[in-house]
Design a binder for this molecule. Structure first.
Ligand SMILES: [Zn+2]
Ligand SMILES: [Zn+2]
Length: 193
């Protein structure tokens, strides 16, 4: 059996383009959709199994990437945006009508401050960076999307697409967070490499 991971990867992953320079995200409203213009490609695009990231109803994972906040602008429908959870570290700005998340933004001191979180499937353009790993895979069990006995089969399917699986973020991103904490604590050591 194969799991419905996400419509944009279920039939294989299409590589992005190094020369791609951005595009426009649209919410799902048929009339007066919110549009967000991104003036660069995304970074760290990945499949995320956490409970907070927006995903289509049939999907087990969200596909989410980051972009510098300076590269993101709301080009229409700003009055339809609301913040899903004001208490969350990532303030997810969603459409009041169709509930699609348009971008997530961090407003507090954080390793990822300055980066916005976006879902490039909301764009019709081709060339966005492809997903490169899967994060928070075990969280799909907590949400009742995957049975504990199915988790390894889900990981196998993700790896088959070339996505290494983690139950947190990828090691590179976890290191960025840890380095931020060490710097704050004054414990960041200099490299001897
Ligand atoms: Zn909408
Ligand atoms: Zn997530």
């Amino acid at each position: 059996m194969s799991f419905k991971l996400h419509p944009s990867i279920d039939n294989g992953i299409k590589q992005g383009s190094d020369s791609f320079s951005g595009g426009t995200l649209h919410c799902h409203c048929q009339t007066s959709p919110i549009t967000i213009t991104l003036s660069s490609n995304v970074l760290h695009n990945h499949a995320c199994g956490c409970s907070k990231c927006w995903k289509p109803s049939s999907a087990t994972f969200s596909i989410v990437g980051v972009i510098p906040r300076s590269a993101l602008s709301i080009t229409s429908g700003a009055s339809k945006l609301f913040i899903v959870d004001e208490a969350a570290v990532i303030q997810r700005h969603a459409c009041k009508e169709c509930k699609v998340h348009m971008f997530g933004r961090i407003e507090q001191e954080h390793a990822f401050f300055g980066l916005d979180f976006v879902h490039v499937e909301l764009s019709g353009e081709i060339g966005w960076q492809e997903p490169r790993f899967a994060a928070f895979v075990s969280s799909t069990i907590e949400q009742g999307l995957v049975a504990p006995e199915e988790a390894e089969a889900v990981r196998k399917q993700l790896r088959g697409l070339g996505l290494e699986c983690y139950d947190s973020l990828s090691p590179g991103l976890m290191d960025v967070i840890a380095a931020f904490v060490a710097k704050k604590n004054g414990t960041l050591r200099a490299s001897k490499l």
